[in-house]
Structure formats: C-alpha cells, structure tokens
Design a protein around this ligand. Structure first.
Ligand code: FMN
Length: 179
C-alpha cells in the first residue's frame, strides 16, 4: 500500500471477526512501530498484548468507567494492546533535569507517534485498530504495569468486521497557515 493511501484509508474499527491475530503479525507491527521517531532515540514505548479471554472480559467489565461503547469494542476485539511508556527518560537530560520547559510531556508525544505508526502498520497487514483513551485508572493494577512505567492508551486490534465511513475532515485551508 502507498503511504498516503494507508494514512487516508485507515479507520478506527470497533467491530471485529472471531479470527485470532497471530503473534507473527503482531511482531511485524511492533517492529514497524519501533521505527517511529522518539526523543533522543530513547524508544520508551512498550506494548502489552492482552489475548487471554478472561482478562479481556474483566477489563471490558471493570475498567471502562461505565462507558459501555468501549466495553462492546473490547469484547469484540480478539486482542487489546496496552501501550505503556518507561517514565523518567523522555524529555530528560542524562543528569535527570528536564531539557525543556515542556518537561516530560514529550513522553506522551512519543507514545502518540508510536500509536499511529502501530495502527498504520496494522492497516497495512489487513488488521483494524482503534485507539482508546477512555479507561479506568484501575487498569494499571489489573495489568500489573510496573512502577517505572505509565499506561498511556489501549489499542483494540483484530480482523475488521465493519468498514466505517470516513469521519468528516477539516479543510486544509482551516488547518494550515503561513507566516
Ligand atoms: C487519543 C485518542 C483517544 C481515543 N479514544 C477512543 C475511545 O476511547 N473509544 C473509541 O471508540 N475511539 C477512540 N478514539 C478514536 C477516535 O474516535 C477516532 O480516531 C476519530 O473519531 C476519527 O476516526 P478515524 O480514526 O476512523 O479516522 C480515540 C482516538 C485518539 C487519538
């Protein structure tokens, strides 16, 4: 797939078939995402694949802040990926001080780049994804995220069972200005 086609035809997918996602494909996707740019090449993003049906069901039941829309997507997805970052590196100097006044917010920036690269690579391999930002704080404990890491977002992934319309995009003229 051409890059621009991949960017423009990727959609958030919230309904999946029962077909499992094989580990080889997940590893190719993470390999592609590992080529994302990162703060001083710190590469702080780590992925936790949740494929155990009981754990997935528990997350859908207990960790969606009552937002049943996300619970339904999680139940449909064969795999939920938790995107985490290693804290204390991105945005920092070697002596532990912040490099810029934006402090460690750069770690969210790096996580976002990695998440989009992950989703585009999945699309290239015929899989659908949806990034999720709405989940309960208790999820970090449920997934036993180590203390040196932060859970940033979830990505449901699987074989698409829907082909949503493109949500309306803003016109370039509204997005772009020149100085
Ligand atoms: C940071 C972030 C958080 C999101 N959280 C959710 C979510 O909790 N549930 C959901 O169904 N979609 C979520 N989305 C997906 C957006 O709704 C979706 O990207 C947007 O509607 C545009 O649709 P498209 O991805 O098909 O282009 C999230 C996307 C981003 C970038």
């Amino acid at each position: 797939m051409q890059t621009i086609d991949c960017i423009k035809t990727r959609r958030s997918i919230r309904k999946f078939t029962d077909e499992p996602v094989d580990h080889a494909t997940l590893e190719k996707i993470v390999d592609a995402a590992s080529f994302s740019p990162s703060w001083k090449n710190t590469q702080i993003v780590r992925y936790i694949v949740v494929e155990d049906p009981a754990l997935k069901a528990r997350i859908a039941k207990e960790c969606t802040t009552g937002f049943t829309y996300n619970a339904g997507t999680m139940e449909s997805a064969p795999v939920i990926v938790a995107l985490t970052v290693i804290k204390g590196r991105c945005g920092y100097e070697r002596d532990g001080s912040f490099t810029t006044s934006r402090k460690d917010t750069w770690q969210m920036f790096d996580a976002g780049i990695a998440a989009q690269t992950f989703c585009l690579a999945a699309h290239e391999f015929g899989l659908g994804t949806v990034i999720m930002g709405i989940f309960d704080d208790t999820l970090s404990d449920v997934l036993e995220i180590p203390a040196d890491r932060e859970l940033v977002n979830l990505i449901c992934i699987g074989h698409p069972a829907e082909a949503p319309e493109v949500p309306k995009r803003k016109a370039v003229a509204d997005l772009l200005s020149y100085r």
